[in-house]
Design a protein around this ligand. Structure first.
Ligand code: M6R
Length: 612
């Protein structure tokens, strides 16, 4: 959370910073700010979105070829102009932007106050820049040395960039548990929370590691140090990200674009990993540890939010097909409950961003206990991808909408491939079943495309339920996690309270909520439980609930009972989530648009949750 961008070179920094902040706005949008150095140090910051900042700056002095910018997701201190970043040091010589939390800021602040420091904001960040200044002043230090010393005194997570007005040819950055990418151009450097603000200018990047400090200097180039002051050799990567992938491309919202990208992103996820004609599936990331994974006592999945829902589907897939026991854990709970983890366990972390703090911490715990760790991430070069023993990318491309859509189907596709590879290796499914599943998985991109044609029908349904205050989502088996995902999507972008339940559980409590005002969205595409789902729908109807049924094309039984029906193409049961989630995504999208909510930037949320 919080987006960071910086530039040093020969160009005007301001337009680069503003464009970068707009690209990073998905990481937080409580406030935005920039600092520009051009003889004088000019800081502008404003509560609200990047556009509010631009309006506020208007025609003020934005000259300077060195600058930093920040878009905030508030942790310490309310979202207002004062708490917005950048923050100045006491003498206004230094300026900082920060993503993360300084956990021991309170005692440091008290100590600094005894030394005469006065603070303007409620933030932990301002405390850090004062501490850096104190170190610099007391030791007469270069800015990079002061940053290193100050960071050795703090506990917490951070990605920071600091400018020193008296040292105008450099900027200093550092990271611990929060991502930072350095872009290397011709006589210029960029720094950002991810590569999206950089790719327009250069594809040469360095991903900083934890506890590294980068000095980006006009005179001396890029220097990377560790906390022990040892020089590290930066590893330059080539990023492969297209500009179109981070623009709306004619859609009103990124979320709508990303929903429509799914036939392609699922195809991309399977490229080189599945050949339906030749009848095989393989996963490069799995090869090295295949034996260990196939012989694991248990697979423990750690994830949060939508990625946790993908993990629940993996539990069905892996237990059903590969017959290995699976446990799915909220990463945040797992790490604090003293879990039993052995060297014979495999811990699978699922994360779109690859930066989720709770998932990272759960992985660290798993590593400490000797489990093999495997990461399933979207963002290339992300922290989870780098700290795990092995892993696979889902290749969904940048997901900008805060509500996850294409990453979810990418994760489920990858997990389907994984279940197939393990099942085949372990011999837990017959060759004919393996072939049948492979052929069908190869058909999924086309079927998702067909499912997307329900968009207009979903819009009509949305019109009829948009004013609801509560909604219930029901599903069974493979589609129970899809019910949870549908409810989460509705909650996060349209602010309607929604709950997902296993359809048969409804009668153990939630049925008490049902009346004529309660839309009940039922996923009824599982062949094996169809009759049981029909009975569940009858139970809802008997209590005057309004049923919206998601059904396979040609399901006439449900048409006669449900109030509204949305038809989608059928598939084999293990892959039904990949199709049934499409109307869930569209329903939340249309309702949010109709309620005039900000679809891509829902209130209080951020895309990448890098605080615990
Ligand atoms: O980047 P991650 O997949 O680790 O993120 C996990 C959750 O924060 C994320 O899925 C969140 O629930 C989304 N906003 C859901 O749409």
């Amino acid at each position: 959370m919080c987006g960071i961008v910086g530039y040093i070179g020969g160009k005007d920094a301001y337009p680069i910073l503003i464009k970068g902040l707009k690209r990073l706005e998905y990481r937080g949008y409580d406030s935005a700010g920039v600092a520009l150095l051009n003889g004088s140090l000019n800081v502008y910051k404003k509560k609200g979105k990047v556009n509010d900042l631009v309006d506020f700056i208007d025609d003020s002095n934005v000259k300077g070829s060195l600058g930093i910018g920040h878009t905030r997701w508030a942790t310490h201190g309310v979202p207002d102009d004062i708490n917005a970043h950048p923050h100045l040091s006491g003498s206004e010589r230094l300026v900082i932007i920060h993503n993360g939390i300084i956990e021991n800021y309170a005692p440091i602040k008290l100590w600094l106050q005894t030394q005469g420091h006065e603070f303007k904001s409620e933030t932990d960040t301002e405390v850090l820049v004062h501490l850096i200044e104190k170190m610099q002043k007391d030791g007469d230090l270069l800015i990079e040395e002061a940053v290193r010393l100050a960071l050795s005194k703090v506990v917490g997570a951070y990605a920071i960039v600091v400018i020193d007005r008296m040292d105008p040819d450099k900027m200093v950055a550092a990271r611990k548990s929060s991502p930072l990418v350095v872009g290397i151009g011709e006589d210029e450097f960029f720094i950002a929370s991810d590569a999206t603000p950089i790719v327009e200018y250069t594809n040469q990047v360095v991903y900083l590691d934890d506890n590294e400090i980068a000095v980006l200097s006009r005179k001396e180039g890029l220097k990377v140090l560790n906390m022990e002051n040892e020089i590290k050799t930066p590893l330059v990567h080539e990023v492969d990200m297209k500009i179109e992938a981070i623009e709306k491309g004619g859609y009103d919202y990124f979320m709508h674009k990303e929903i429509y990208e799914q036939p392609k992103t699922i195809d991309d996820c399977m490229r080189g990993r599945l050949n339906a004609q030749e009848g095989w599936a393989r996963l490069g990331g799995l090869e090295q540890y295949k034996k260990r994974i196939c012989n694991a006592d248990r697979i423990i999945i750690v994830a949060c939010g939508t990625s946790w829902h993908a993990g629940l589907i993996a539990e069905y897939l892996i237990e059903d097909l590969a017959r290995i026991p699976v446990e799915v854990e909220y990463a945040s709970e797992f790490r604090y409950r003293n879990p039993i983890i052995s060297e014979r366990d495999v811990v699978l972390a699922i994360s779109q961003s690859g930066e989720t703090a709770d998932t990272l911490a759960a992985l660290e715990l798993a590593k400490k206990h000797g489990a093999l760790t495997y990461g399933i991430c979207n963002v290339v070069g992300s922290s989870i991808a780098r700290i795990t023993d092995a892993g696979s990318y889902i290749h969904a491309g940048p997901e900008i909408g805060v509500a996850s859509t294409k990453a979810f189907t990418g994760q489920v596709t990858l997990l389907s491939l994984m279940a197939l590879v393990i099942a085949h290796e372990r011999g837990t499914i017959s060759t004919s079943r393996y072939q049948e599943l492979i052929t069908e998985l190869g058909q999924i991109p086309r079927k998702v495309e067909e499912a997307l044609t329900c968009d207009e029908r979903v819009r009509e349904v949305s019109e009829r339920v948009k004013n609801a205050t509560n909604a219930l989502y029901l599903g069974r088996g493979y589609n129970f996690p899809v019910a949870l995902e549908g409810a989460l999507k509705l909650k996060e972008i349209s602010y309607i309270h929604a709950e997902g339940y296993p359809a048969a559980e409804m009668k153990h409590g939630p049925i008490a909520l049902i009346d004529e005002n309660m839309p009940v969205i039922v996923i009824a595409t599982n062949q094996s439980a169809h009759e049981k789902i029909v009975s569940n729908v009858q139970e809802v109807k008997a209590r005057k609930g309004r049923v919206i049924a998601i059904v396979n094309k040609g399901d006439n039984i449900m048409k006669d009972i449900a109030d509204m029906v949305i038809e989608i193409p059928s598939t084999l049961e293990p892959f039904t989530p990949l199709i049934s989630v499409i109307p869930m995504q569209l329903l939340s999208y249309h309702i949010a648009v109709m309620r005039e909510c900000n679809v891509d930037q829902p209130r209080n949320l951020a895309k990448s949750v890098t605080v615990e």
